[in-house]
Design a protein around this ligand. Structure first.
Ligand SMILES: [Cu+2]
Length: 149
């Protein structure tokens, strides 16, 4: 009678190696975005009165992540996820201002967000994605600020 267990043991080791290698490549190598802060960018409205900005999302950063906008002026934010395989989101949450957006952006995808902020102040945005036991993306550096003046 043939013993099938040694073959199964080999297969499970190969699987473990594949999954481990995948996690290592995707989650542990791209840590370059950690705690980096880009210089603040001041938005100027286009001819149609809309302030426009593109924010690039990578593992694990928003670029730019410090954006100064004008109050009482529409803002159009294009969110581009440049990550390989990793989904991100854009969360901006300020209940006192009635402001809450949580937008999912798949890897390689982009989404447009329209905002109209009337109250000056600093609004924090972040990505709250988390995979298994790994840290939340926000804690890896995916956090930024909209400063409304
Ligand atoms: Cu993320």
């Amino acid at each position: 009678m043939e013993n099938i267990f040694p073959r199964w043991a080999c297969l499970s080791k190969c699987l473990l190696l594949l999954v481990g290698g995948f996690l290592f490549l995707v989650y542990l190598i791209p840590v370059s975005g950690f705690a980096e802060t880009s210089p603040p960018i001041s938005l100027v409205p286009d001819e149609d009165g809309v302030q426009r900005i593109t924010i690039v999302m990578e593992s694990y950063s928003f670029s730019p992540n410090d954006i100064i906008i004008q109050a009482d002026t529409p803002v159009s934010i294009r969110l581009e996820n440049h990550s390989f395989l990793i989904p991100h989101n854009f969360v901006i949450d300020n209940p006192a201002m009635g402001l809450h957006h949580e937008i999912e952006i798949s890897a390689g995808d982009s989404v447009n967000l329209q905002l109209f902020l009337t109250t000056p102040g600093t609004y924090t945005f972040y990505c709250d994605k988390q995979f298994l036991f790994f840290p939340m993306h926000r804690d890896e550096g995916m956090e930024g600020h909209l400063e409304v003046r």
